[in-house]
Write a protein that binds this ligand. Sequence first.
Ligand SMILES: [Mg+2]
Length: 423
Amino acid sequence: MDGKERVIFHIDVNSAFLSWEAVYRLYHLGGTVDLRKEVSAVGGDMAMRHGIILAKSIPAKKYHIKTGETILEARQKCPNLMLVPPNYRLYEQCSKAFMDILRKYSPSVEQYSIDEAFVDMTGTEKLWGAPMEAANRLKNEIRDTLGFTVNIGISENKLLAKMASDFEKPDRVHTLWKSEIRKKMWPLPVCDLFFVGRATAKKLFSLGIQTIGQLAQADPAVLKSHLKKHGEVIWAFANGMDISVVQSEPPANKGYGNSTTIAFDVVDASTAKLVLLALAETIGARLRAAGARAEVIAVGIKLHDLSYVSHQMMLRNATNITIEIHHWACQLFDELWDGRAIRHLGIHTSRIRDGLDMRQLDMFETVDYEKLERMDAAVDQIRKRYGNDSVMRAAFIGRPIDHMSGGISREKRTVDYKKIQVN
Ligand SMILES: [Mg+2]
């Protein structure tokens, strides 16, 4: 596509939550059992996450235990399954130590989730050697200093690097250069391609498309007629096209936004809405501190499978009221979300109005907005004097979510594959 080819790494921690727990037990708690070698899993807290499997060991995979299924289902498959509870604080510490090592190798690191990152290694050959050599060095340094293993995928773009890191695990480096697509990617089943969910795979099967190679060689016009824009996107992916760049810095902020990578996959709407409330808290506070109100609210959801969806709406009245921002964000969320596991949530506000803004009166308006504004102002005052944690909504008590925005990454850009251009 262009003369200057890039070198992109995708680094993915092998069975992250489980490995981190295993390493912690071995090296810090004096344990002797390595959970990674046992039929084991991290199981969500019964009360909070309805007892869902959050991560499993490689031996547990042989019992077909799946992330996201209930502990009950997993126990039916394997009654001797060793279950350990989640430890989000530990995950955040491990994630940070992992990212710190990546940043030694390149200044261009995009944290994609708690246990995954893209690193742009273009032009680092003099420092770290050829891509394969650099990747092995990086992989081994993580293993030898932090005790857990990673897979590294190498390619010219993010999509192919991400595909490559998913090849044989654990503790492996794989390349998937564009020149290797035919050999390494095309024989794979079409559902292995990012963005090809179950529904899409079904449609592709009905068109006689079983492998990524068949998809790549299909007529894009036919795909478009059956799958609309999405057909073109997956056709481009199947041909290894991806022009998105590693986003180590958040983009220039024209509005006020905030997003967070959640320490665990969110699979229920109420937890997602609590995360949205935490985001609304910080955005509302920032708008109020600037004496501004927003007229447009957008919500973005990054799903477990690398896909990204977003939606925005224009408000009748510009606002900076926390619970009003949250209210509209939840409405957008309900329209957007299809139930798939969520990695990352964001709210962005734009069309910013400065200064006083008269709210248009609505005959049927029953909400006392002035009262809500006075409440926000009082909370802002208290937080300013006594710190952000001096006042907290009761909804956050006992939940693993930071009440002022949350998670490990406060301002992280996501891969917006919707904006991809197909050349
Ligand atoms: Mg992983």
